[in-house]
Design a protein around this ligand. Sequence first.
Ligand code: SUG
Length: 446
Amino acid sequence: MIANEANFDGLIGPTHNYGGLSDGNIASASNAGLIAHPKEAVLQGLGKMLSMYEAGLWQGILPPHQRPFLPVLRQFGFDGSDREIYSRGWREVPRLMKNLMSASSMWAANAATVSPSMDCADNRLNMTPANLSTMLHRSLEHEQTGRALKKAFPFANTHAALPLQSTFADEGAANHVRLCAERGSPGVEIFVYGRDGFEAATRGFPARQTLQSCEAIIRAHKLTPSRTVIARQSRAAIDAGAFHNDVVCVGAMQTLFYHELAFEDTAQVQTAINDASKGLFEPIFVEVPESEVPIADAIKAYLFNSMLVQFPDDDRLTLIAPLETQETKSTKEYCDRLVKSNGPIGKVKYVDVRQSMRNGGGPACLRLRVTLKKSEWENVNPAMKYTRPNHKRLVEWVKRNYREQIAPEDLPDPDLMDESFRALDELTEILNLGSDFYPFQRTRML
Ligand code: SUG
């Protein structure tokens, strides 16, 4: 059966800025207040999509969310026209406003947990939008994400997000890895959590994924229990800045590539994966020792927040890493040794996603992986597939609508809101999302 892994990238929205909103995400904290370059950011994202498409992979696009997210202001008692409540919001609740401006939906790895139809008892693609309940700015995403996923994958079983409550904190595919022998066969799904939602809170950086949310998704997606693995992320990794498991681990096909300190109990994780893959494939573990790449370097350079992809006609995997990995001595040297070895990763390709990286989002954060049978891919909304004509239309759209730069003091400008809504309105045509996709489009119709 022909099946492939498609990458659906989050298009970077017109309000991209450095808000310093994510506790435990070192890049977000240390770059807070920098001048952001939205046009450059979205073109970097499109550049990555183009290179994946040109290499023969299936590539799709997820739309940015409505920002500013005015429904929250109205819920909080602000009334009047959009421009009035926007300006009042900035005068009275500026910290809330920053949260309503974030372009964080670009990090599509946090959009949902995805289980391909080959793994699910109902033989359908199953998806659960992540509630992202740990961070205020991200907790606003799940509803719009669900709508976008339904537009892209009308045939899928798209569940509601888990309840927005700390016990069910869920960050989607960033804490999920699927290994398999070939894309069209059943695989092993690995769910990684940072805390047990019923345990007392720990000190240190927040652990954003709970055991309970992993269990709920496994059940809802009707996965085969013997083919799933639940692993605990190490406290050391979280406190070093690995706010998601995909900052210290990535997997593809039979290969799991991870840092020595990624898991609380690595031997137990390996045994569980070996057991779960019996009769399907032999897993290959590529563990990067702390002595070769200290975890602080791995996180700064985002070595593991790379895409691990199988290009058509290649017999080994390619790691699509950020430029920062090439610029950091230990990670660059590690990658050089990796490709010379006889291991499963044969190439490393570096991409420029610096605008996103400064908020802690590498190449892997920007995409949601969706393994699809060919017949399913053919039923994906064609306007949300990345194609050359779509690329051209999107680049023209960006040039028409995006600012070169946004400094923190530019955010309260109501023209920025109008520009953002105009851009999103135009985008709904390009991606064929309908004229009532965004909340601002619906209120306009009232
Ligand atoms: O949730 N950064 C995102 C980065 C998400 C990266 N995704 C994965 N690892 N899959 C986050 O912390 C920063 C926004 C700001 O500070 O303006 C932010 O939300």
